[in-house]
Write a protein of this length. Sequence first.
Length: 511
Amino acid sequence: MEAIRNFFSGGSFWDVVGTFYQGAVFLYGTSLLLAYAMLAAMSLISIRNYMKKNASVNYEVIVESPLAPGISVIAPAFNEGVTIIQNVRSLLTLNYPKFEVIIINDGSTDDTLEKLIDEFQMIQVDYAYRQKLNCEPVKRVFKSTNHAYDKLMVIDKVNGKSKADASNAGINVSTYEYFLCTDVDCILDKDTLIKLIKPFMDQETTKIKEIGDPCPECGYVHIQEVHKRVIATGATLRMVNSCEVDEGLLTRVRPPVRFLPRFQEMEYIRAFVLGKMGWDLINSVPNVSGGLGMFDKEIAVMAGGYDPKSFGEDMDLITRMCAFMKDNKRRYSIRYVPITLCWTEGPTTLKVFGRQRSRWARGLAQIMTTHRKIIGNPRYGRLGMIVYIYNFLFELLAPIIEFTGILFYIYLIITGQINWPFAIILIVFVYTYSVAITTMALLWDQVTFKYYKTWKEVIGLCMMAFLEPFVYHPLIVFFSIKGYFNFITGRKHVWGNMQRQGFGTAQKKKP
């Protein structure tokens, strides 16, 4: 309204634009804060429902059951010689009756493959390889001569320049009807497969009353049972940095000592505990993390598998699986587990961190462009009307609006147009709200699951929320803008290799 009044009262063009921009940003920011509050409330309900439902579940029944569905664990590896042995040992110790571990050596130039062959007594074997999904050629398949490692298979293939390409190769050779995709810089909880397969085993059946005339034979309107198929499940991830790891097994959970991984730990807990679990309540989970996700292989293959050219292959796969189900008029759900089942090694240097976050931002922009027909399309139900609208407004546009907002307020300060009392009140409110949301997520996680042994560790992690708006969040905005710029200009992305710190001795050092 003020912009309109300025226009008709003879205000300059820039006055009108500035007033309109301020109103739009205020409306946008208010909507975002309300969305976070809504997600927090839904998350509390979702986690409470999960805890109540699983309080009396005996998971040993699944472990001992000969009817438990088989699972293929797929882990691509490129130049992972530092951590590969301990990670594979961790995967082989998973507590589950029927599974296989498939390591894909994606053209490594270090000693990754040699270490695997020597440590697990591998030999090349003949294998009837059938390429259901697109990927670079598979050169060799290895199996162990030691029966203790019968579950392990190693694939040596031409480098595909992406995790998606390697994952497709793993799916092509997988045996079982479900597959778990993870990274070789991850340590998994021993009960990961049990916890993630359970939602598939508990698939829902909904009774729907058919609309129409009564049956001519019996005279009644029949009730139809509609099967809602679970197509993917995920769980919370944390940083393994500074945790104690012994022979691939996590023996002590600690928050990271170094600042950058510590910020990531805080961010991950907030994103999974508040974000993913909030969306889980209304079956609108936007994606399953590439670090840990279990999928229905049949649906994944029918949807085309991973896209090797995608920079956000995890969200792209979920999108195409959901779109496939909607296009074929089949009901589906994606479920998230609030407990932490995966610990991943986070980047410790700004260079590697920036490369990772720029790729994530570029992937989001690419996905929104590739699947733009879904945005706001009622044909795709919650995927189009909730998930993609939210991601477009509050994930894709957020860094752009923040960046332009900073430039705009710098202009207001220089020209002396800033309303300092109002600006200070607004900044304090947003800052307090941000700290409160993050602190609530961290405390709720600790009270519910108690991953950290001392409250000193929890309080230390909560302190990062006070620094985030000044230190960590500006980095996220900067690298997101850089990712968008690279996407628009078509600049070639250099994937690079994250320098691993390794597990074991280095990880056992106390803060």
